[in-house]
Design a protein around this ligand. Structure first.
Ligand code: AMP
Ligand code: GLY
Length: 429
């Protein structure tokens, strides 16, 4: 088997690790990959957003399957271009990727299909948006409709903050084109849960629910980031909650996508807001790909090979047999660069500990190998370090221990990933 993996972050390193761990004879090709992935396969210097070059690569290399990691190439039509050239691909079409690339589209689809989500109005004019804000009342959420790397969402505690956000997006074009259309949305209270579903458009199999930590600082304080860590499983997301989410959210959404002429095939990521006690999930957002850093926590817990599942989805024959999990716990701690998330400093020399451990995974996110072989930082999030153990507390300890022993100037990480769940465990004891 030969697999072409598109992307070069820690999510793709985790996918590369899982695929080659399951099948050491697998031939792995990554575009562009990263220094971590380079230890598992061949990396080709083609950007994940260069559709024409990726198409050429796939036609030259003839992979049995192409797996697309990030949303940008999917939203730009990579999966469609590959399918036109009879390349088997795991990832949705451009039309189906709109579930992530247009929050306005996703919101309308949910409203039409009766999928539980926050009330919202879409607007292109600031005065109309401000009127909508007044009729909803604070707190509320102002969202750029288009792709903004997870940064196009502002939680406004007051109408004054809402007005500023509306002006920034619609008048100041602070998110460029992504913010030319906005959503003015009801604020939902509760805890967020990430539910990933492998689907061929009709059949669907859920993965273990996970939770990520978007804020920079301990205790979920500080600015929003791309994600500072994640863990799984979480007791808040019971089997009953997953069933409810499948029946009330995922299946109606898949049906609506088929009816819209845009069947969704690949990984549907439902970001859920769950009320205290773990009931009444509502959709915060959909993404059209594996989440980052949740994937780095989930894949080391998967007790069966991943490739057959991906092939099933890509072939339109997804297997609905429940996935098998190890029953262990995983905590992923992200190690970020100095200055992240605003202005990450790049080019700092990295020293990795020489010891390795089967239950500790160091996934590369923003690293680069210089011509002299030295490893340096090359992105905001530099590593995602996953500890796997029989208890959550032990998984957190091993993840933090490894994160603290990765050395580069100004590195920052949170030592409290999974704190909510650890409090729940303490409360239950
Ligand atoms: P999104 O890009 O839509 O996932 O939004 C980014 C983050 O903003 C989410 O993960 C939530 O933490 C928060 N958020 C978005 N929409 C809402 C909402 N309606 N109520 C509360 N928090 C929200
Ligand atoms: N974990 C957030 C995301 O992947 O968008």
């Amino acid at each position: 088997m030969k697999v072409l993996l598109v992307g070069g972050g820690a999510r793709e390193h985790a996918l590369a690790w899982k695929l080659t761990h399951d099948d050491p004879s697998l031939e792995l090709l990554a575009a562009p990959g990263n220094p971590g992935i380079a230890e598992l396969g061949r990396c080709v210097a083609v950007k994940a957003t260069d559709i024409a070059a990726l198409l050429d690569l796939a036609r030259d290399e003839r992979p049995d399957l192409t797996v697309v990691g990030p949303e940008a190439p999917l939203a730009a039509g990579l999966a469609d271009a590959l399918r036109e050239h009879r390349v088997l691909v795991f990832g949705p079409s451009e039309a189906a990727a709109r579930i992530e690339s247009s929050k306005a589209f996703a919101k309308q689809l949910m409203l039409d299909a009766g999928v539980p989500t926050a009330r919202a109005e879409r607007h292109v004019r600031a005065d109309d948006a401000k009127r909508a804000a007044r009729s909803l009342g604070a707190p509320l959420v102002i969202k750029a409709s288009g792709l903004a790397a997870g940064k196009g969402v502002l939680i406004a505690r007051t109408l004054g903050e809402a007005d500023c956000a509306i002006d920034a997006m619609l008048v100041g074009h602070s998110f460029g084109e992504a913010g030319n259309e906005i959503l003015v949305e009801e604020f939902m209270d509760g805890e967020e849960v990430s539910l990933f579903v492998l689907t061929d458009g009709t059949r669907a199999v859920p993965m273990l629910p996970a939770q990520d930590h978007k804020r920079l600082l301990a205790g979920d304080a500080g600015p929003n980031t791309g994600g500072m860590g994640a863990y799984a499983p979480l007791s808040l997301a019971t089997a009953a909650l997953v069933d409810e989410a499948l029946e009330r959210i995922v299946r109606p959404t898949l049906r609506a996508m088929r009816a819209a002429g845009a069947p969704f095939s690949g990984l549907l990521y439902a970001g859920l807001m769950v009320a205290p006690g773990g009931t009444s999930p509502r959709v915060v957002e959909f993404n059209c790909r594996f989440g980052d850093p949740e994937t780095e926590a989930l894949l080391p817990l998967l007790a069966e090979p991943l490739l057959p599942r991906l092939l099933g989805v890509a072939n339109g024959e997804a297997d609905e047999t429940p996935l098998r999990w190890t029953g262990r716990h995983a905590v992923t701690t992200v190690v970020a660069a100095s200055g992240y998330p605003d202005t990450p400093r790049l080019g700092d020399a990295i020293t990795l500990p020489s010891s390795t451990h089967a239950d500790v995974h160091v996934f590369h996110a923003g690293t680069a190998r210089q011509s002299d072989g030295r490893l340096v930082t090359s992105g905001g999030r530099v590593f995602a370090v996953t500890g796997v153990a029989d208890t959550l507390a032990a998984a957190q300890r091993s993840s933090v221990r490894m994160a603290s022993s990765i050395q580069f100037a100004g590195s920052q990480y949170r030592a409290d990933i999974a704190w909510r769940e650890l409090e729940r465990h303490a409360g239950a004891a």
